[in-house]
Design a protein. Structure first.
Length: 267
């Protein structure tokens, strides 16, 4: 019996399979970074965990290995270029060429623009934007040198799309990440390296849980059409889509995962 066209070459359970891939996640010691690393490992990728907190990295590595995955922990500050190169070298020596990069490391701030110190501006921009470019550049160079394609996913923010008060450096950096994603996608796509971004809204993590559970924090849900904050698992789907064959024709895109908050802000 002849199969119909929609039945051909479709193996939905395998479309997110990452076996054979080597993924590097920055900011992987906690929060979204740790979640991203565990999700990638659960779907077959060998994962390189990069962050500054060695003890936290060891705990994430242990969880991945206890679940049957493969992980390597590398202590590094994403702002340090030498540490970046050492992280990629360690990944290649232990697991092979990195074919998936998730630029997740980031820092936040709050305060008025007229009071923002130069050092704080540089801290936010160097971590949230400069490092995204340099790590993407290094990953792409190595993928191309090895004759391999790959996927880069940059974690942006809805604040890169819609500005709020008190976060001028963060919002500027995240807007830059979205534009950087498009520019890299344009240059690298034809070489087999796809570059995309995820722009989360309010996602509950250990860093913001107390605030979001406060009365002031809960009031923010009125701005979200779904009526709730996001959970870490709400980004599993966008991440797997962008790094797997499920997203093989997606390049230069920014997936907004905010419960409709940015739509409401635009009216």
């Amino acid at each position: 019996m002849r199969r119909r066209y929609w039945e051909k070459d479709i193996a939905v359970p395998n479309i997110f399979d990452l076996h054979g891939a080597v993924a590097l996640v920055t900011g992987a010691s906690s929060g979204l970074g740790a979640r991203f690393a565990e999700v990638l490992a659960e779907n077959g990728a060998a994962v390189v965990l990069v962050a500054r907190r060695a003890e936290r990295l060891a705990a994430v590595k242990a969880r991945i290995e206890q679940a049957g995955g493969h992980a390597l922990a590398v202590e590094a500050d994403v702002r340090e270029r030498a540490a970046m190169r050492q992280a990629f070298d360690a990944a290649e020596a232990a697991l092979g060429t990195v074919t998936i990069l998730v630029n997740n490391a980031g820092v936040a701030h709050s305060g008025r623009a007229v009071e923002l110190a130069e050092e704080e501006w540089r801290r936010i921009l160097s971590t949230n934007l400069d490092a995204v470019f340099y790590w993407s550049q290094e990953a792409a160079r190595r993928m191309l040198a090895a004759g391999k394609g790959g996927a880069i996913v940059n974690i942006a923010s809805v604040l890169g799309l819609n500005v709020d008060k008190g976060v001028i450096a963060y919002a500027t950096a995240k807007a830059g990440v979205i534009q950087l994603t498009k520019a890299l996608a344009l240059e690298l796509g034809f070489k087999g390296v796809r570059v995309n971004a995820i722009a989360p809204g309010w996602i509950v993590t250990e860093l913001n849980r107390d605030y979001l559970n406060s009365e002031r924090g809960k009031a923010l849900t009125r701005e979200i059409p779904l009526g709730r904050f996001g959970q870490e698992r709400d980004l599993d789907g966008p991440l797997l889509l962008l790094v797997s064959d499920a997203g093989r024709f997606i390049n230069g895109a920014t997936i907004v995962a905010d419960g409709g908050q940015s739509v409401a802000l635009r009216g």
